[in-house]
Design a protein around this ligand. Structure first.
Ligand code: SAH
Ligand code: DHB
Ligand code: MG
Length: 222
């Protein structure tokens, strides 16, 4: 695909012009690499999109499903007021440990709580913990569970909340209804739920750049 290079170079150009050099986030990505955490965090331009969406919507209480090394958690935390909070769910103990280190390094430790366990096991506890409802929910974990995550998001979101889901394009594989990839099928089921869900208004944006060809669904809960 001949366009990959120009898309990536264009993304680098936007990063250069629009995202001030940030030694903290560089350190986070370096730490992840050294810990051999997969390099599947959102890109800088995507991280900044999450940050701007959180700011524009005045979000204070955020839920993230899928922490990895905390890169997107830090972007989201930075968009919140001092008293704001990101609850981020992660199944891998090792990812959570690195994320906590990174979050501390970024000075966001008072704004981010990493909750370790399978999201479907930890989501039910959030209500009892008294930390719901949420203003913004970012779904970015295991794709086969996306339909379940959407149902939970609708349960835990405020009226007017944003729900954002990553990886809804997967290099265009998501339109392959016969795909044997359970991640693709998870996204397709998630899209089918959205298609029939009157409580939510949504759009999708396709993204190209340093993380290849992918996209976000962005929704507002009525
Ligand atoms: N949001 C991150 C990237 C997340 S990658 C960023 O942009 O920086 C997806 C993460 O979801 C991985 O760390 C993976 O371990 C985690 N994950 C996978 N299955 C999960 C589950 N069932 N519950 C919680 N987290 C899960
Ligand atoms: C995968 C997951 C992600 O969240 C991502 O941004 C890219 C890839 C994956 O599971 O393959
Ligand atoms: Mg993702």
């Amino acid at each position: 695909m001949g366009n990959d290079l120009i898309w990536s170079e264009m993304d680098e150009y936007f990063i250069d012009k629009l995202i001030p050099f940030d030694s903290t986030l560089q350190h986070v990505l370096r730490t992840n690499k050294e810990a051999t955490i997969p390099e599947i965090d959102v890109s800088p331009t995507q991280g900044k999109l999450l940050y701007l969406l959180a700011k524009i919507s005045g979000a204070r209480n955020v839920l993230e499903i899928g922490t990895l090394g905390g890169y997107s958690s830090i972007w989201l935390a930075r968009a919140l007021p001092e008293t704001g909070k990101v609850y981020t769910l992660e199944v891998e103990q090792e990812h959570a440990k690195i994320a906590e280190q990174n979050i501390r390094h970024a000075g966001c430790q008072n704004k981010v709580e990493v909750i370790v366990g399978k999201a479907l096991d930890t989501l039910p506890d959030l209500k009892e913990k008294g930390v719901t409802p949420f203003d913004l929910i970012f779904i970015d974990a295991d794709k086969p569970n996306n339909p379940h995550y959407l149902k939970w998001a609708l349960k835990l979101a405020k009226s007017g909340a944003l729900i954002i889901a990553d990886n809804v394009v997967r290099n265009g594989e998501v339109i392959d209804e016969k795909s044997k990839d359970e991640r693709v099928q998870g996204i397709r089921q998630f899209m089918d739920l959205l298609a029939n869900e009157p409580r939510i208004e949504s759009t999708a944006i396709q993204t190209v750049g340093t993380k290849g060809y992918d996209g976000f669904v962005i929704s507002v809960v009525k």
